[in-house]
Design a protein around this ligand. Structure first.
Ligand code: BMA
Length: 335
């Protein structure tokens, strides 16, 4: 018996109009585009250079399994990439022993006060992943500050301006209580304190139970810091990395104003579902178009390539207004 057309439509619709639209040219960069021999390229930090060029600082995994960072530049942020002929930032374990097993997952923040880009990245030490920081004006030479958060910690980004006189860093330390998002403050980018829990992983069956982390750097909006975060669901066939949304107070960024219940983006396309690590979408950077609303979100797909999805900042905030609630209420419901 054939199902009536209305039923078919009903079954095929997910009822979730997509907030992030995949670029039809995805994946936009992969290992075969690289000018030297590598295993894979994924999880890239992103920024716009003063002349409007899009710069991606990509995580490149070599064929030993260790990662370094490599810059790719494009006029339109989609194609025509000019990729550095050699690694741009290599692990330097002699000077920085915490980089012995590579450097990964960079996030870039342009800081007007310093007139420099601050890059935070994972340094893979013998003790596990920690957080390192480097400054650059041009993505050709870097001033390395070394490790700023000891293992086990990752998924960091610096806010682009001081909050009440202090630099603020979002990060994800792993503790016996779980993997939650924290924020810490510093007078000089070297010494960090006033650590505060800013967003907790949920528990039980939730898509973002037990392990969450900041994805790209927070987006400053008139309504607050808009944060795209990843949630990791452990399943019998592996982990599922998906993205959720939350909004934090502009002057008190540890205060969650709104958090969505559902994820807004997850692995669906073939290049996201299958790769070195299946079922991963992992953005580390975005750029904003001159209209001030369209964001280009660059994400690693299945730890094998870099893909692009676009969204409107206003539509993300509207979605949170319609579907978000305040963190405290969520927490109470969870426990
Ligand atoms: C996370 C990070 C990411 C990676 C993801 C999926 O823990 O290490 O770099 O993309 O796992 O493997």
């Amino acid at each position: 018996m054939t199902a009536p057309e209305a039923t078919l439509l009903h079954v095929e619709s997910t009822h979730y109009p997509p907030l992030l639209l995949r670029h039809p040219g995805n994946p936009i960069l992969s290992g075969k585009d690289w000018p030297y021999s590598i295993n894979s390229v994924f999880n890239a930090g992103a920024t716009l250079l003063p002349d409007g060029t899009t710069l991606l600082l990509s995580r490149v995994e070599d064929r030993r399994g260790l990662s370094h960072l490599c810059a790719a530049r494009s006029r339109n942020g989609v194609d025509g990439w000019e990729i550095d002929r050699e690694p741009t930032l290599m692990p330097s374990p002699r000077e920085f022993p915490e980089e012995i097993w590579g450097i990964e997952d960079p996030r870039i923040t342009f800081v007007p006060e310093l007139q420099q880009y601050v890059v935070t990245y994972t340094s893979y030490s013998r003790g596990g992943p920690g957080v390192s920081l480097a400054l650059t004006k041009d993505f050709r030479s870097f001033e390395r500050y070394g490790v700023i958060m000891p293992p086990d910690d990752k998924d960091t980004a610096l806010l682009p301006r001081r909050i009440h006189g202090y630099w603020a860093l979002m990060h994800r330390p792993m503790t016996t209580l779980g993997a939650h998002m924290w924020i810490s403050y510093s007078p000089d980018l070297r010494h960090w304190g006033r650590h505060r829990l800013m967003l907790e992983a949920r528990r039980g069956a939730w898509w973002d139970a037990n392990k969450i982390g900041l994805s790209p750097p927070p987006i400053e909006t008139a309504r607050g810091w808009l944060v795209l975060y990843h949630g990791v669901r452990h399943t019998p066939s592996g982990c599922l990395y998906r993205l959720g949304l939350a909004l934090f107070d502009l002057e008190n960024p540890e205060k969650c104003l709104l958090r969505g219940d559902s994820w807004i983006f997850g692995p669906e396309a073939e290049y996201e579902r299958h790769g070195d690590v299946d079922d991963v979408v992992f953005p580390c950077g975005y750029t904003i178009n001159p209209d001030g609303d369209t964001i280009n979100i660059y994400y690693g797909a299945a730890d094998c390539s870099i893909a692009l999805a676009r969204a409107g900042v206003r539509s993300l905030v509207d979605w949170l207004d319609a579907h978000g609630s305040c963190e405290r209420r969520n927490r109470a419901e969870d426990l």
